[in-house]
Design a protein around this ligand. Structure first.
Ligand SMILES: *[C@@H]1O[C@H](CO)[C@@H](O)[C@H](O)[C@H]1NC(C)=O
Ligand SMILES: *[C@@H]1O[C@H](CO)[C@@H](O)[C@H](O)[C@H]1NC(C)=O
Length: 810
């Protein structure tokens, strides 16, 4: 055994500790053989000569099969030299972790004889690890509001090496904000702490980059680094800032509600919520707040309701911008409202007379008014005008005051009232205007006389009218008003005798109806004229005259009157003597009758009612002439009687009868004896009747002449001018008998051959002249005995005419 211990002594070439001790203890204790090697020796490195240290010879190594055994075999024995060799990587940190003393125990085994030796290999640390941070990057967030001095513990670095080789210090990249303090852990080890040296400002630098270096104590030292990224967290350290201190805009007042006025804008250098700004009005009157609204997020100011320059010309508001962190700033917003022409001018009537007399002179003040326009400048300058053509004008008096005065003649009858429209227009663009209408009534003055509807009135009234019947109505109008236009009627003059007037006609003062006061008689009064007056009740009253002509029409109210044959004055009948030798056609006599009426009512016809010897005489139906039809025969009676009816043409006709006594005799003596025994009838009225008949006949002739003349005038118009002057021509005798219209058969009672003087245009006749100037009538006696009759009627010597008819009073 001693031999093996001696072997070991030889082999401890590299042993630092044991070579001296081994010979001492080995024989006694057989102390384990110790080797000490640094870690991480390369494979094959010699730890020591195990054979020698065991006292074995080189030969023994293989002969006794020296070998080592262990749980994990890091070493091997070189079979030739007996050196203990590193066979595997030896990492102290792996094998011993953090143990300070790191020993590997193994046994060396030899056979022949079998012997076991303990070997301890001490592994010494080598600085083979650099300090390492667990993370390469350390992210920190530090609020900028943090005050200097604050420390932040950083993660320690690790170095598996031990003692000197382990972590010894930390270093921080140089910077002005942070420093590093290394502190000892209570359980050993060191940790770094980052200490803020200076207040951070995110707005200046929002991130900081630091490098933390950990160093170990090896030689040379090894190091590990970690990047420290420091994000400066914002603190609300900046108030919002407006882009302008004062915002000023002008805004036309007519902008509609909802118009964007301006936008205030504030910025905040902070970030995140600290830069979220809300805007609000600050200390703004409620009134203004109703007018404008402020969008709290955008800062947009919009009008909330229409503006009115006339109410507020300028709005001044304070707007506050506030961030979430309650920092705030204010700015001023000034909004000038610009006037727009948004107010119509007003017309204010100060005084107004609503009526004016139509005779007012020019320049009378009708109304006083003023204008007002709430706009300013040109928008408030007002001009006034009248919109329609009226006889008025506007006088501008003083400031905004105007007078409306008359400027023309007024006539109530033409225009009763004026609607005067005053228009006030301002000078804005576009101009605004308003108007006011005043109604002015024109009061009446009695300046119009009544006016009759017709310039003259003509009425036909049939005779025998009802007394009290209305025969006409006159009417006058007066355009004046009230009493000035109220017309009353009266008769102011007439062609009648003043005392007769009242008994003839009257007029209703109100209605203008003219009444007949009695029955008129055509035969008595054919026409009369009245002057009627219409008079208004003005003061002074005005009046107008008109003439009313009343024509009294004829009615068949008069029966024909037989003028011939008439009874003698004593009532005796008269005979007509007929010569015995009278030829057929001989004009025996003529029945003469008159009718006081006129026209058809006086158009007579003659009819034989009874004849003693029918067929002996004929009676002209229209002429009334009795002529012989045949000569008197021997056997015929000498005396004859004819009953004749005279009828007029009225409806119904009226008639009269006459009896003719005809005696055939050649001399009066022949007749008289016959008659002597008869009582001579005396007819005292016969003479009177005769004159009456003459008068009536005259009237009838006058009428007929008028008719004839009218027809003649028409004829004359159709003849050539050579027809003028019948006295030179024979027109008179040759002219056709003139007959009234509707005449179809027979002749008129008096068929006249008329001549009309060419220069005479009015139906005024001088019958005497007529007779004198128409000598031809004498020649026509036999042809037309009526001419003679006419002459006899017209001439004053009626007596002589009686003889013509051989009238015999018996
Ligand atoms: C005036 O105006 C009134 C009321 O509008 C109306 O009744 C009248 O007919 C008008 N007169 C004239 C002359 O236009
Ligand atoms: C109307 O007639 C009366 C009587 O003839 C006369 O006095 C008056 O002046 C006349 N009036 C007019 C308006 O002609």
């Amino acid at each position: 055994m001693g031999g093996s211990c001696a072997q070991r002594r030889r082999a401890g070439r590299r042993q630092v500790l044991f070579p001296l001790l081994l010979p001492l203890f080995y024989p006694a204790l057989c102390e384990p053989i110790r080797y000490s090697i640094p870690e991480e020796l390369a494979k094959g490195s010699v730890v020591g000569n195990l054979a020698k240290d065991l006292g074995l010879s080189v030969r023994d190594v293989s002969a006794r099969k020296l070998r080592v055994s262990a749980e994990k075999l890091h070493f091997g024995v070189d079979s030739e030299s007996g050196d203990l060799l590193v066979k595997d990587r030896i990492d102290r940190e792996q094998i011993c972790k953090e143990r300070r003393r790191c020993e590997l125990q193994l046994e060396a085994v030899v056979e022949n004889p079998l012997n076991i030796f303990h070997i301890i290999v001490v592994i010494e640390d080598v600085n083979d690890h650099a300090p390492r941070f667990r993370k390469d990057e350390i992210n920190l967030e530090i609020s900028e509001s943090v005050s200097p001095g604050m420390g932040t513990i950083l993660e320690s670095a690790e170095d598996p090496d031990i003692s000197m080789n382990s972590l010894s210090k930390y270093q921080l990249s140089p910077n002005e904000y942070f420093s590093l303090v290394v502190k000892d852990n209570p359980d050993g080890g060191k940790y770094p702490e980052l200490v803020l040296q200076k207040t951070l400002d995110r707005e200046t630098q929002s991130t900081h980059h630091l490098v933390l270096t950990a160093l170990d104590g090896g030689d040379p030292p090894q190091s590990g680094t970690a990047q420290i990224r420091i994000l400066v967290i914002d603190a609300n350290d900046n108030p919002p800032v407006f882009s302008q201190d004062v915002y000023r805009v002008s805004l036309r007042e007519e902008v509609p509600a909802g118009t964007s006025v301006l936008r205030v804008r504030a910025t905040d250098q902070d970030e995140g919520v600290n830069s979220e700004i809300t805007y609000s009005f600050l200390g703004v009157a409620d009134k203004t707040q109703h007018v404008f609204s402020l969008d709290s997020t955008t800062g947009n100011i919009i009008t909330h309701q229409p503006l009115d320059f006339e109410e507020v010309e300028r709005y001044t508001m304070n707007v506050e911008a506030k961030d979430r962190g309650s920092l705030s700033t204010q700015c001023k917003v000034i909004i000038d409202v610009l006037d727009a022409n948004d107010n119509n001018p007003e017309i204010i009537i100060a005084s107004l007379s609503d009526q004016i007399s139509e005779d007012s002179p020019l320049g009378i003040v009708v109304a006083l008014f003023k204008t007002r326009d709430r706009d300013s400048g040109e928008n408030g300058e007002v001009r006034c005008s009248l919109s329609t053509e009226v006889p008025f004008k506007i006088h501008s008096s003083s400031n905004y005051y105007y007078k409306l005065v008359t400027d023309g003649a007024l006539d109530r009858e033409q225009t009763m009232e004026y609607n005067i429209t005053i228009t006030a227009t301002d000078r804005g663009t576009p101009p605004l205007s308003s108007s006011k209408t005043i109604t002015l009534h024109i009061t009446d003055v009695n300046d119009n006389a009544p006016v009759f509807q017709q310039s003259a009135y003509l009425v036909h009234v049939p005779e025998n009218n009802q007394p009290g019947a209305s025969i006409a109505q006159v009417s006058a109008s007066d355009p004046d008003f009230g009493p000035n236009g109220r017309v009353s009627y009266s008769i102011v003059a007439s062609g009648l005798e003043p005392q007769d007037l009242l008994s003839y006609v009257s007029v209703n003062a109100q209605s203008g109806v003219v009444f007949a006061q009695r029955a008129f008689d055509h035969e008595q009064l054919r026409t009369f004229e009245l002057t009627l007056q219409a008079c208004d009740q003005g003061s002074p009253a005005l009046s107008a005259n008109v003439s009313l002509r009343v024509l009294v029409g004829d009615r068949n109210d008069n029966a024909p009157r037989v003028l011939y044959p008439a009874l003698g004055p004593d009532g005796s009948a008269l005979f007509d003597m007929v010569p015995r030798a009278a030829e057929p056609g001989y004009l025996v006599t003529k029945v003469v009758a008159m009718d006081a009426d006129s026209g058809h009512n006086a158009w007579l016809s003659y009819h034989v009612l009874q004849a003693s010897e029918p067929g002996l005489f004929s009676l002209g139906q229209r002429t009334g002439e009795v002529r012989m039809v045949r000569a008197l025969g021997d056997r015929d009676l000498v005396r004859h009687r004819l009953l004749v009816a005279v009828r007029d043409g009225g409806q119904p006709p009226l008639s009269a009868t006459a009896t003719l006594y005809l005696v055939f005799a050649d001399s009066l003596q022949e007749v008289l004896p016959d008659l002597s025994d008869r009582p001579a009838p005396s007819d005292p009225q016969a003479e009177l009747q005769f004159y009456l008949v003459v008068a009536l006949a005259l009237i009838s002739v006058l009428f007929l002449l008028a008719v004839i003349l009218a027809i003649a005038l028409r004829l004359r118009q159709s003849f050539s001018p050579t027809a003028r002057g019948c006295f030179e021509s024979v027109f008179c005798s040759k002219s056709e008998p003139v007959v009234p219209p509707n005449y179809s058969e027979g002749t008129l009672p008096f068929a006249y051959n008329l001549c009309v003087p060419g220069d005479q245009t009015k139906p005024e006749f001088n019958f005497l002249t007529y007779v004198e100037h128409c000598p031809a009538t004498q020649d026509n006696l036999n042809k037309d005995s009526s001419s003679v009759l006419l002459a006899s009627i017209l001439t004053p010597s009626v007596e002589t005419d009686k003889k013509t008819f051989k009238q015999v009073r018996i």
